[in-house]
Write a protein that binds this ligand. Sequence first.
Ligand SMILES: NC(=O)c1ccc[n+]([C@@H]2O[C@H](COP(=O)([O-])OP(=O)(O)OC[C@H]3O[C@@H](n4cnc5c(N)ncnc54)[C@H](O)[C@@H]3O)[C@@H](O)[C@H]2O)c1
Length: 344
Amino acid sequence: MVWKDRRVLVTGGASFIGSALVDALVERGAKVRVADNLSSGELENIERHVREGSVKFLEGDLLRQDFAKQAVRDCEVVFHLAADHGGRGYIDLHQAACATNLTLDGVVFLACREAKVGKVVYASSGCVYPNHLQTDPSKTVYLTEDQVGPPYDADKMYGWAKLMAEMTLRAYYHDWGMKSVSCRLFTVYGERGHENHAVIAMIARAYLKQDPFVVWGDGHQIRNWTHVSDIVSGMLLAAEKIDDATAINLGTTERTRVIDAVDEVLRYTGHHAKIELHPEMPTGPMNRVADNSLAKRLLGWEPTIMFREGLRRTIDWYFATKKPPEVSLAVDSMLTERSLTAGR
Ligand SMILES: NC(=O)c1ccc[n+]([C@@H]2O[C@H](COP(=O)([O-])OP(=O)(O)OC[C@H]3O[C@@H](n4cnc5c(N)ncnc54)[C@H](O)[C@@H]3O)[C@@H](O)[C@H]2O)c1
């Protein structure tokens, strides 16, 4: 697929991942439109492109059919990233809000079908995987795409909505021929990330020189944190190479324990602190790491940024751009919310 002059919509394009995707599409010469209600996205993330005329920004709520229809009109490719989504604290504590994604995805997909959009690229999640496969951190488990099946056991309402969206897209392809691909993103981190996700929360606490240094859970949870630039390259390749609503993992196979990530943050930032574990706080699955052989085979995709390198880049960005008052506010509110003012 040639991106130059292609008419592309990115829903949720003002978000952390969405704006990185927008950067890559603009660089490739696509005609990019962003639809976002700025409920957690920030206009600042795409402001330069809007000012320079390379991105058209539509502010509105994609739960509204009229806005969704306007957003997708004349688009060849729709990257659908808009979602009511936050970090682990948010996903655990806001079931009703996450359930609105069932409607949001339904409205967007129907609008895409009616507008005869050529391809939908969906931001799914590792949260579609059965919880019961992810309980034992002593096991070396790599989640393969075919493990999502009966008995389904997705991660909270957020995971069920992602799963329903994948299934909807499969049905749309089989019954109506609408082309799509679902990208199962695994714990994404990097520049422009939010404090409601673990890695940025650790960095924010180091920035504030928190002591004792709070860690949710017992620290033994395993994740495969994947840098946003690798996610973006994977989503673009998925758009180029998959038509038939296949769901594909985008994640590294590096297995990192939360406590080891914390140690690296403390080491790199030079912060010496006593670690205080909070096992009563939301922690998510104990062992979630992707198998990425399908992405290698179908897309020729492999992550290029090792966690330690990406973490250091992210710390450098955070320390260079943030100011103490906003970081304090974020650490107070963002761990369970999706914007600085939510829940106040
Ligand atoms: N960050 C991760 O680790 C991760 C992992 C798996 C999947 N994802 C998915 O990737 C996508 C982007 O996530 P993110 O982490 O960059 O940030 P995010 O969750 O903040 O992005 C969501 C974006 O959608 C917008 N939005 C929400 N509801 C909307 C509505 N009704 N109408 C219009 N816009 C709306 C928000 O303002 C925001 O810009 C989401 O779909 C998320 O579920 C993220």
